[in-house]
Design a protein around this ligand. Structure first.
Ligand code: NAP
Length: 198
């Protein structure tokens, strides 16, 4: 996800800093993204730019946030994490707080849930299209400025942002991702189970 979205944002003219626990891996990704991208550590990434994309496996979220320490307080954090348990495609968070809420509580960041519903292949398209139409990206968050930043980053991908409620609704996006992934694994187009707009 860091590769897919970082590449698109660099292409749109943004500066990107790739941070990872493995510095060589971060450097390779920054080189692949090309102009506009550079590499650093996790703390460098936590403090860089107008927004931080957390593109980490759910099991690593706590550890990565630990590296960031207090650096994320008050910053815009984009959470695309899906905590999915296989087999069965259930939510790792169970009936507890969403991943987004856990990140917000752990960091004091202005968390915006976004980009978690579609696979990286789609985010690599310029622009991402579904049935020939620009992809809609639901976003959930509480902070006005953070939401505005993520709307801009969504538009810069060539997508259409859709306000999907406050951070309390982030769990809905996480459950929707589990639904979508589960249907695809079962060989069913998840959109075929949804009503067309009246
Ligand atoms: N791929 C998709 O299509 C897609 C779509 C929507 C949402 N998502 C979500 O986006 C997130 C990233 O997915 P991805 O496909 O980009 O995954 P990925 O390519 O496997 O990358 C996951 C990253 O998490 C890092 N990581 C894992 N545990 C860590 C730890 N304990 N400390 C530090 N870093 C750790 C890995 O670092 P190392 O390389 O050092 O192991 C790796 O850089 C996931 O939560 C996923 O559910 C993915």
């Amino acid at each position: 996800m860091a590769d897919a979205l970082g590449t698109q944002w660099a292409r749109a003219g943004h500066e990107v800093l790739v941070g990872a626990r493995d510095g060589d891996k971060a450097a390779r990704l920054a080189a692949r993204i090309g102009p506009g991208a550079r590499a650093g550590g996790l703390r460098d990434a936590a403090g860089f730019g107008d927004a931080v994309l957390l593109a980490v496996a759910y099991d690593g979220v706590k550890e990565v946030l630990g590296h960031a320490g207090d650096l994320l307080r008050g910053r815009t954090v984009i959470d695309c994490v899906n905590g999915i348990v296989h087999p069965g495609v259930t939510l790792a968070t169970g009936a507890g707080p969403s991943v987004a809420r856990q990140i917000a509580d752990a960091t004091g960041a202005h968390v915006v849930k976004a980009f978690n519903l579609c696979p990286d292949d789609l985010w690599r398209m310029t622009p991402p299209l579904v049935d020939g139409r620009p992809l809609t990206v639901p976003i959930c968050g509480d902070d006005t400025d953070a939401l505005a930043t993520v709307r801009t980053l969504t538009t810069d991908l060539g997508c259409v942002p859709a306000d999907a409620g406050g951070l309390d609704r982030a769990g809905v996006l996480e459950a929707t991702a589990a639904y979508v992934i589960g249907m695809y694994i079962g060989g069913v187009d998840p959109r075929s189970a949804l009503p067309s707009p009246m």
